[in-house]
Design a binder for this molecule. Structure first.
Ligand code: GDP
Ligand code: GDP
Length: 495
């Protein structure tokens, strides 16, 4: 992908050229001295870099290329530091422009590096302006390097982040290329872009949609996986037909999965949704009609395969019974949340409530279901409840919007900078009865999405009480619109 004039100075022994060319490309850009080379070196670890040079404007300009490893992500990383080092005159724009614009057009992600200790620099602004003009297709990830000391001083991380966000590329990720701090946040921001790229590439190679050709493939990388569960006769098959409409595509069985794990996939508003286990499950439920137990489909393993669980209830039964949910349904709802899945409750057969005293029955069902869900799953507020009539083909859009909304919340990733700014506000908003009881949280970071999982780093002896954790969970929900999904908060002590 490089233009003429490049030559290889060193050989990279770990990867062949073909393998490298299949990897997504991430370029590190920024004004001189922010630590681009330091970050490059950390990302490629001990592997050797390939060095390219190009005779351009009579100046030899080097760009280093290496294979980066960050968590399970592999990508091709380019360090543009050599461009400035060799240049002797002209603005940063002039120095990098001719060369970089070319490289940018073949990059998949861009790390815009700044220096936390130096703060926002006029040259950062210049780089930002240049990027907006020359690489509008890339969404730069703003990175604040040399942040190691900021973590030690209360509030300084948040105020530096505030300053950097004035560049207009969102909140920065705080890292230290020298100490390795913040690499997990960097991983979280690169992951969606790079995984999308790899999935697209493997889809291009294999039109059957079999991900097994992608070496890193695992279930967590697949698009939205939806499981429809519920007791026999609540209307799952009917709902399924409504959801699939004529877009139905049957795929599989795939390598690595059991024969009966056949997946059904369909499109909704440009998004692919997989229905987990549907084919096998449909056959089994037909055999099990009338049985009171949940089908095999609803075992823990099936639940884990799905991202979102749609639990179907029967409105007719709710009106005639005192409890809105039967034991089996309570079990499945609780289990879904315990396993960290997103839960959407679907009350089907609403057409049965039509006619006689319709509005009273509707209110009755709504209240009964919402109350019961809150009672059985007190740890998650706002689990969505959708009312439909599958028989009349009503509710497809409502169900799918709710499923997608829940999935997106479930995938939320919040940067450490943003979270720490939030933490400061939240801690001052809350008044502790006893000042001494106030937890000393040094910083707060999201370590995982799907579901969102956070770690609070607390001072040595202090510990978060259950009340503190509940308070933080509720505040996260309210402030980042994360209601209805499980959120996890862990704590670690630091000296
Ligand atoms: P480049 O010009 O952007 O490639 O910057 P370099 O990687 O050459 O780094 C410039 C200077 O910043 C060097 O002295 C590095 O040792 C220093 N540096 C790089 N990363 C960090 C960091 O995370 N923390 C601190 N304190 N210094 C760093
Ligand atoms: P499954 O066992 O959960 O797959 O349930 P089915 O989809 O086979 O439906 C069981 C029965 O409920 C069938 O007779 C359906 O026609 C009926 N049914 C499904 N959805 C509705 C609905 O929205 N309203 C009404 N009145 N009946 C429904």
């Amino acid at each position: 992908t490089f233009s003429r004039g490049f030559c290889t100075k060193k050989k990279n022994l770990d990867f062949t050229k073909v393998e490298i060319s299949r990897l997504p490309t991430v370029i590190i850009l920024g004004r001189p001295n922010v630590g681009k080379s330091a970050l490059f070196n950390r990302l490629i670890r001990r592997r050797e870099a390939l060095v390219y040079n190009t005779p351009d404007d009579h100046v030899t300009r080097d760009i280093r290329e290496g294979v980066a490893k960050l968590g399970h992500l592999r990508f091709r990383v380019l360090d543009s530091a050599g461009l400035e080092a060799e240049a002797t005159s002209g603005s940063i724009l002039h120095r990098t422009a001719s060369f970089t614009a070319n490289v940018l057009s073949t990059s998949h992600s861009l790390l815009f590096l700044t220096d936390a200790r130096a703060g926002l620099h006029p040259l950062d602004q210049e780089v930002g302006k240049w990027l907006r003009k020359n690489a509008p297709q890339l969404k730069p990830i703003l990175v604040m390097n040399k942040s190691e000391s900021l973590f030690d001083v209360d509030g300084s991380l948040a105020s530096s982040a505030n300053e950097m966000s004035r560049l207009g590329f969102g909140d920065p990720i705080a890292i230290s290329a020298e100490t390795g701090l913040g690499m997990h946040d960097l991983f979280l921001s690169l992951q969606p872009v790079l995984e999308d790229y790899m999935l697209n590439e493997s889809a291009k190679e294999n039109t059957c949609g079999d991900e097994s050709s992608f070496p890193e493939a695992d279930e967590s990388k697949l698009p939205l996986q939806l499981a429809i569960v519920g007791r026999p006769n609540v209307g799952k098959s009917t709902l399924l037909n409504t959801l699939l409409q004529e877009d139905r595509v049957l795929v599989g069985p795939e390598a690595g999965l059991t024969r009966d794990a056949i997946r059904t996939q369909f499109e909704f508003q440009g998004r692919t949704i997989y229905l987990v286990d549907t084919a096998g499950w449909l056959q089994r439920t037909k055999l099990e009609k009338g049985a009171s137990s949940l089908s095999i489909m609803q075992s823990r393993k099936s639940l884990l395969r799905a991202h979102i669980i749609a639990l179907v209830l029967d409105a007719g039964e709710i009106v005639s019974a005192k409890r809105s949910m039967k034991h089996a349904e309570v079990v499945i709802a609780r289990r879904a949340v315990e396993e960290g899945r997103g839960l959407v409750v679907i009350v089907n057969k609403m057409d049965l409530l039509r006619g006689k005293n319709k509005s009273a029955s509707y209110e009755q069902v709504l209240e009964a279901v919402q109350q019961e869900i809150q009672t059985i799953i007190p740890q998650v507020t706002g689990i969505p409840v959708v009312f439909i009539s599958a028989l009349e083909g009503r509710g497809r859009t409502t169900v799918l919007h709710q499923v997608i909304d829940t999935y997106e919340k479930w995938c939320t990733r919040l940067s450490t900078a943003r979270l720490n700014r939030w933490l400061q506000k939240v801690m001052s908003r809350h008044s502790w009865k006893d000042q001494a009881a106030q937890p000393k949280i040094k910083y707060f970071t999201q370590v995982k999405a799907r579901p969102p999982t956070f770690v609070a780093f607390v001072h040595g002896k202090t510990k978060l009480s259950d009340t503190d954790t509940r308070f933080l969970t509720k505040s996260l929900k309210d402030d980042f619109d994360l209601g209805g999904i499980p959120i996890r908060i862990m704590q670690r002590s630091i000296a």
